[in-house]
Design a protein around this ligand. Structure first.
Ligand SMILES: [Zn+2]
Length: 437
């Protein structure tokens, strides 16, 4: 075994041990110890955090000033502990995105570009040992039983380096590009015969329809939904088509936040992230998560606020773990849009693709919405900083949309781009990518 495999195996074993043994006061002590260590490390090696925390007691880490994606990106060079510049990292990441090279590295670190669901784009760095930790932990938390070799089919928008390392003797991973035409995906899945199928719920829904039509003949024992929120009615439809339950991984590039247990509850990964929850002023049952990653040192994530809204289930889970359970994640359920294929018919574009073609077009975009009224049309609303040149940003977005749609052999869409986000209707679910009618 090489060093990476050994590291992954080590993290796998330790993550399983912690899941079984860390409860109550022991878990609190564990979180406290790791958090203090990370804070100490960040204070020593990250000029940004050192300045950001000036005048605060680092021992009292739960009360340190917060950060978010905007602040992180604005201070990227001093935020990371390796002194890498945002310009250099972004250059590598964007070139990789354009050339569909999934191994972008700089100074030995993997670079990831996230469009995220929070409306801003972000840049993430991971050292090889951090990738090994992630891979070992995610395997430990998603493989509930180890009876035999697993064949895992993983649908991703692009096959990033961060995911590539997970393969090994125990598990055979196969990656599928999210934009692979459905007929090809169905044919390849019929050959591969996965026991585990992982992908965004919108994609799983398409595959469920293929099963119902008698085209897709696979019997995965487990289905795992990632990257978008799993809605109750989608879960029921997918589960019925495959005759298996649908589980979830809730993770973003900021960290691995929650994973479904064997009993189907979405548990916060309390030994990986310390999640503080801030109730919304007008509704204390809905909360914003503030993440402190207990492991990452290259780009420390400490008191980092996400835009997702969570509801917690106070009931204990049947599986026996007392890691807290998330009942609902709001704010990440976007719609699939359609464009006209040159070959005829409509081609689905998943929310992640829409998100990236808008957000990655220009660094000044703060937030966006995309509304589709009919196939082949797209209305885009952009939030940009005061004083930013809307015309130039708008041109970049239009070019990016045209290039992406053309890349997937579809006719040029009719695109309108406006400045300003449509205000949310109180109580209504916020969708960034929305399909009307
Ligand atoms: Zn459980």
């Amino acid at each position: 075994m090489n060093i990476t495999t050994l590291r992954i195996a080590g993290h796998f074993v330790r993550a399983r041990w912690r899941w079984a043994h860390l409860h109550g006061a022991a878990l609190q002590r564990y979180q406290e110890r790791r958090a203090r260590r990370i804070v100490e490390y960040a204070r020593a090696h990250s000029p940004f955090y050192r300045a950001h925390w000036a005048g605060h007691d680092p021992q009292n880490w739960r009360a340190l000033p917060m950060v978010d994606k905007q602040l992180m990106m604005a201070n990227f060079d001093g935020f990371n502990t390796r002194g890498l510049s945002r310009a250099a990292a972004l250059d590598v990441a964007l070139r990789a995105e354009r050339e569909r090279d999934f191994q972008p590295t700089l100074a030995g670190l993997t670079i990831g570009l996230s469009s995220g669901t929070s409306g801003h784009r972000g840049l993430f760095l991971a050292a090889p040992h951090e990738q090994a930790a992630w891979a070992g932990t995610i395997l430990a938390r998603t493989i509930h039983t180890l009876r035999r070799r697993l064949r895992v089919a993983f649908f991703l928008r692009s096959n990033s380096n961060l995911y590539e390392r997970v393969g090994g003797r125990l598990v055979q991973f196969r990656y599928f590009d999210l934009m692979l035409p459905l007929a090809d995906a169905v044919a390849q899945l019929n050959t591969f015969q996965p026991n585990v199928l992982i992908g965004p719920p919108s994609l799983l829904g398409f595959l469920a329809n293929s099963v119902a039509r008698g085209e897709l003949h696979i019997r995965p024992e487990r289905l795992i939904s990632v990257a978008e929120v799993l809605e109750t009615h989608d879960r029921a439809q997918i589960s019925a088509a495959f005759g298996a339950s649908v589980e979830q991984i809730y993770q973003c590039t900021e960290g691995l936040l929650a994973v479904s247990c064997a009993a189907g509850s979405l548990h916060i990964q309390e030994d990986i992230v310390a999640l503080q929850l801030e109730p919304l002023p007008d509704d204390p049952t809905r909360m914003l998560p503030i993440i402190t990653d207990l492991w990452r040192t290259t780009q420390p994530i400490i008191r980092y606020r996400l835009n997702d809204v969570l509801q917690i289930d106070p009931r204990p889970c049947d599986c026996g773990s007392n890691f807290r359970v998330i009942r609902v994640i709001e704010g990440r359920s976007d719609d699939v849009c359609y464009f006209e294929a040159h070959a005829g018919g409509e081609r689905p574009f998943f929310p992640d693709t829409i998100r990236r073609m808008i957000l990655l077009a220009n660094a000044q975009i703060l937030d966006y919405q995309a509304v589709q009224e009919r196939c082949g049309q797209l209305g885009i609303h952009l939030s940009i900083p005061d004083g930013a040149a809307f015309d130039a940003i708008s041109l970049d977005v239009r070019a990016s949309v045209m290039a992406t749609v053309a890349q997937y052999a579809c006719r040029p869409p009719r695109v309108t781009i406006e400045q300003g986000i449509i205000p949310a209707v109180p109580g209504a679910k916020r969708r960034r990518v929305q399909r009307l009618g």
